[in-house]
Write a protein that binds this ligand. Structure first.
Ligand code: ACO
Ligand code: ZN
Length: 163
């Protein structure tokens, strides 16, 4: 089989019809879950930066974001718009082929160009090495440790970068 036979994925804005698949991916991949209205509200309010990765017509990954106003975590001088990466996941059988990287890069570009954010940040379990590596590769730095952030008592790293 040649390189050209490997089906490649595409990244696009999520649509309301995608939400069931997105929620299922979240249930399979993460311990942090949200009520349906939470997903719908993020899609409605910040839909230009709520993206899915599609492969052969199937949604295999997503990134959900929102825009907040705060002094941020990097240059903490004045209030500004910051992008919050709320949740990202890729189905296990489609990992390690750049899908999360592509979702993150496109979401960050859109948060900056469409929503005018100056910084992006996220929380991640301190044990989640794959995700921490992904974020470090994208230029995020650990800026704060949140004790007992998760319901099971694990700490979170806040990771952030200016954009
Ligand atoms: N071990 C070590 N490093 C890894 C791994 C791994 N298993 N997976 C990814 N990485 C790092 C590598 O540095 C990789 O670069 P490389 O391929 O050049 O080595 C880089 O991340 C990018 O990898 P991608 O292929 O773009 O990432 P992938 O599509 O596999 O998705 C993700 C990564 C989203 C973390 C996936 O493993 C996943 O869905 N995990 C479960 C859900 C999760 O933990 N989500 C993040 C929670 S935090 C939050 O949502 C804000
Ligand atoms: Zn968060």
């Amino acid at each position: 089989m040649g390189e050209s036979d490997i089906p490649s994925f595409s990244v696009r804005e999520a649509r309301p019809e995608d939400l069931n698949e997105v929620i299922n991916i979240n249930l399979m991949c993460l311990r942090e879950h949200y009520p349906d209205y939470f997903w719908r509200d993020h899609l409605q309010l910040w839909g230009k930066a709520f993206l899915v990765a599609e492969l052969n017509g199937k949604v295999v990954g997503y990134v959900m974001t929102r825009v907040e106003r705060s002094i941020g975590y990097v240059s903490r001088f004045f209030p500004k718009k910051v992008g919050h990466i709320v949740s990202i996941a890729v189905l296990p059988e489609f990992r390690k082929r750049g899908i999360a990287t592509a979702l993150m890069k496109e979401a960050i570009k859109r948060l900056k160009e469409i929503y005018g954010v100056k910084e992006v940040y996220l929380e991640v379990r301190i044990s989640n090495e794959p995700a921490i590596k992904l974020y470090e590769k994208l230029g995020f730095q650990k800026v704060r440790r949140l004790k007992y952030y998760y319901l099971d008592g694990e700490d979170a790293w806040v990771m952030a970068k200016e954009v």
